[in-house]
Ligand binder design. Structure first.
Ligand SMILES: NC(=O)c1ccc[n+]([C@@H]2O[C@H](COP(=O)([O-])OP(=O)(O)OC[C@H]3O[C@@H](n4cnc5c(N)ncnc54)[C@H](O)[C@@H]3O)[C@@H](O)[C@H]2O)c1
Ligand SMILES: O=C(O)C(=O)C[C@]1(C(=O)O)C=C[C@@H](O)C=C1
Length: 307
């Protein structure tokens, strides 16, 4: 077993799920945790998200051989500075941020001389906070590691093994490529959801209650995504600006093409696109990669199972 003492900084959805996942899948590994919000620390204690919740960030990481920063992307630098005095020389510092290039820079600047291997478990829900965590969040989901040039191979292997033990399939990727891919597969879909729900609620003739009343169909799926944490997503767009803008230009071009097809009554263009996208969805379902798991998102269920 590679890591024996894991410290988790930020005890919300991701941090809580890692704590519960370690308890469920890595018996004998000691976990400590810290969150800058005292109410979150109190709740994390009640829920048993980690073995010990510690009130001081440097103390929380002092004995750890793996530290995982699970805070919003914009808070990574501050969180790293707060733990710096407690880090032991051989520790591996990682994170779970949804955008990787900016975080890698912030951590390298703040923690010179330490081994840093950023990571992104591509697993989440629209919920946030300590009550949202559940041990199976990472089951059958990708975890992308973005080791910097020269990162020690044994530490990459150890971190790979850690995420595999939580149920993930691990992929190693360049941070810039990660940010481009995730801009189109995760960040822009969230922006579209936020925007369409905002547009609907802004329409003068559509009242708020109608948005809720008629959201039983496809629109409801957008409202789920649009309920995602505002701080987290503000930070993602601030820290993956260039890739998001590049992919938005592509997307807006394609949207404009569809507008032209609708205006021109070009049914073939619509039919071709919708046929292609239906095949993509069917491929995802056939590979068992959708989220239709019966326990998906039910934190209580997993906590009971992990206890
Ligand atoms: N939510 C998702 O679907 C998802 C999926 C994958 C990765 N991520 C990434 O994981 C990270 C955490 O997201 P989350 O969904 O767990 O958010 P969350 O809001 O549930 O939890 C974040 C926690 O960090 C704490 N925090 C903020 N600043 C801090 C600081 N300086 N020091 C210590 N604690 C601090 C907050 O109090 C909060 O409890 C983000 O970087 C996000 O991009 C999120
Ligand atoms: O399923 C969801 O609710 C998510 O938004 C999870 C999701 C995603 O876009 O797939 C969101 C952000 C992450 O960085 C990783 C996963």
């Amino acid at each position: 077993m590679s890591f024996t003492r894991v410290a988790i900084v930020g005890l919300g959805l991701l941090g809580g799920s890692i704590g519960l996942g370690v308890r469920a899948h890595r018996h004998g590994v000691v976990t400590t945790g810290y969150d800058s919000d005292p109410q979150v620390r109190a709740r994390a204690r009640d829920l048993g998200l980690v073995g010990t919740v510690i009130d001081d960030p440097a103390e929380a990481v002092r004995q750890a051989d793996l530290v995982i920063l699970c805070v919003p992307v914009g808070a990574m630098r501050q969180a790293a500075a707060a733990i710096a005095p407690g880090l032991s020389p051989g520790v591996l510092v990682s994170d779970v941020g949804s955008a990787k290039q900016g975080v890698a820079r912030a951590l390298a600047d703040t923690l010179p001389g330490h081994t840093i291997i950023p990571a992104h478990p591509v697993a989440g829900t629209e919920r946030s906070g300590p009550d949202a965590g559940f041990a199976s969040l990472f089951h059958a989901r990708w975890c992308i590691l973005t080791p910097p040039d020269g990162a020690p191979a044994d530490k990459v292997a150890d971190l790979t093994e850690f995420w595999q033990a939580l149920g993930s399939t691990v992929e190693v990727m360049d941070a810039g490529h990660h940010d481009m891919v995730l801009a189109v597969t995760s960040h822009i879909p969230h922006l579209v959801a936020y925007t369409i729900v905002g547009t609907a609620s802004d329409l003068e003739q559509v009242t708020r209650s109608e948005v809720i009343k008629y959201s039983a169909g496809g629109f409801r799926d957008f409202t789920r995504i649009a309920a995602s944490d505002p701080t987290m997503w503000r930070d993602v767009f601030l820290h993956n600006r260039d890739a998001v803008l590049e992919m938005m230009d592509r997307f807006m071009g394609d949207l404009s093409t569809m507008r032209s097809a609708i205006a021109a009554g070009d049914g073939d263009a619509m039919f071709d696109l919708f046929t292609r996208t239906r095949a993509i969805r069917r491929g995802i379902v056939e590979q068992g990669q959708d989220d239709a798991r019966p326990d998906f998102g039910r934190g209580d269920h997993d906590r009971e199972n992990a206890a």
